[in-house]
Design a protein around this ligand. Structure first.
Ligand code: RFL
Ligand code: PHB
Length: 389
């Protein structure tokens, strides 16, 4: 079999890239290790930048997003039992949309199916070959047989634990990493949110986040130990801990109910450079990780897909290599700014056990600055709604 582009991974990066390439008439197949239902069962991000929404609209697949997504024009920072509202729209003229990653994934999968573009689910032992030359190959096992696809380009969109980045010689990559000494315990529940806007709360017991998926479905997180087991947390223990970390009004407004999902996510900052090796390109979590505090992971994946699709369109349609030569530089310029923002939000809001008294005062001073300076709030808002592509 021969294809122009083999995309590895059907998360947001791979699906978005596949949709953008399909629109440009570039033939592509997605190889995904898991089943469709498994991919749709993962509960992850919830906040879309307006650039991500714009991309989905430009692809003509934003019908459900426009009907069901919740426009948010601000959020709150909680600290010292006070709440400071960050007005997103006042400073930027833009806003974000609360719409789950699961829903984005479903919309992209449905559109792909309707357009007749192929996805191979449960593709095992995916292996990449010859990507340092003009005819890379990808092999995989399915239904007890080994398959081979010869292609022009491989897109590694297979997440942090995928095979694409691992296929590179270590000497080809420079990596940058910070592993935070804590995780987030997340709970999804069919209860109305405690506030109509998100609350990011700093507290001496640890960070807490009040988010949502719809007016009847809430998503809450509390900072926990990195090696915490979700099973150690009964629903009651979670609700009690959450309430302790919120201001009294928010705590009183929390409606509790049985959790429908509960999981622990580690927090990490990571970047691998560059994003291109011959005919292999990395995009999304395969190349970089941000801690979820800035709500940037999914949005960065979409940004990478946008840049890579533009570059590949130049390559296949205009027969120019200028775009693919520049992909890594262009994407990394935006990635590093999102890394900075996510690291900053994480540093500001979490409890770190070993902060010096000076560092604690720095956290307090950041809040004091945000409280007193409209320009500081506008800078936060500009990053949160998303820097331009
Ligand atoms: P994804 O979504 O991980 O998709 C990669 C896909 O590749 C498949 N795959 C393979 N396929 C074939 N062969 C292999 N060898 C393969 N190895 C892996 C996987 O099954 C998967 O389907 O990466 P992508 O597309 O780059 O998208 C990135 C976003 O998913 C990610 O940045 C965010 O979800 C990060 N993230 C969060 N971001 C937020 O903004 N807010 C959150 O609350 C939030 N929570 C999370 C998260 C990421 C998590 N991970 C990765 C553990 C919670 C978790 C648990
Ligand atoms: C979520 O709703 O899952 C969510 C929202 C904002 C974040 C992270 C996660 O910063």
């Amino acid at each position: 079999m021969r294809r122009q582009v083999v995309i590895i991974g059907s998360g947001p990066a791979g699906l978005m890239l596949g949709a953008l390439l399909g629109r440009a008439g570039i033939d592509n197949v997605i190889l995904e290790r898991k089943s469709r239902d498994y991919v749709l069962g993962r509960i992850r991000a919830g906040v879309l930048e307006d650039g991500t929404v714009g991309l989905l609209r430009s692809l003509g697949i934003a019908g459900r997003l426009d009907a069901e997504g919740l426009p948010h024009h601000g959020f709150a920072l909680g600290f010292a039992h006070r709440r400071l509202r960050i007005d997103l729209t006042e400073g930027t003229g833009r806003h974000v949309t609360v719409y789950g990653q699961t829903e984005v994934t479903r919309d992209l999968m449905d559109a792909r199916l309707a357009a007749g573009m192929e996805t191979v689910y449960e593709a095992e032992d995916v292996a990449l070959h010859d990507f340092d030359g003009p005819s890379p190959r990808v092999t995989y096992a399915k239904d007890g047989r080994t398959h081979e696809i010869v292609c022009d380009v491989i897109a590694g969109c297979d997440g942090f634990h995928g095979v694409a980045r691992e296929s590179l010689p270590a000497s080809a990559l420079t990596t940058f990493e910070r592993v935070y000494p804590f995780g987030w315990l997340g709970v999804l529940a069919n209860v109305p949110p405690c506030s109509h806007e998100l609350i990011y709360a700093a507290h001496e017991r640890g960070f807490a986040l009040c988010s949502m998926r719809s007016p009847t479905r809430s998503r809450y997180y509390v900072q926990c130990a990195a090696d915490e087991k979700a099973e150690a947390w009964s629903d009651q223990r979670f609700w009690d801990e959450l309430r302790r970390r919120l201001d009294p009004e928010a705590a009183a407004a929390v409606v509790t109910g049985p959790s429908i999902e509960k999981s622990v996510a580690p927090l990490r900052s990571f970047v691998a450079e560059p994003l291109r090796f011959g005919r292999l390109f990395l995009a999304g979590d395969a190349a970089h990780i941000v801690p979820p505090t800035g709500a940037k992971g999914l949005n960065l994946a979409a940004g990478d897909a946008f840049y890579l699709a533009e570059a590949l369109e130049e390559f296949f349609v205009e027969r120019s290599e200028a775009g693919i030569d520049d992909y890594s530089r262009r994407a990394l310029a935006r990635i590093w700014k999102a890394e900075r923002f996510s690291w900053w939000m994480t540093s500001l809001l979490h409890r770190f056990d070993h902060l010096t008294p000076f560092e604690r005062r720095m956290q307090d001073a950041e809040f004091a600055l945000l409280e007193s300076s409209a320009l500081a709030r506008a800078a936060l808002a500009e990053n949160y709604v998303g820097l331009p592509y």
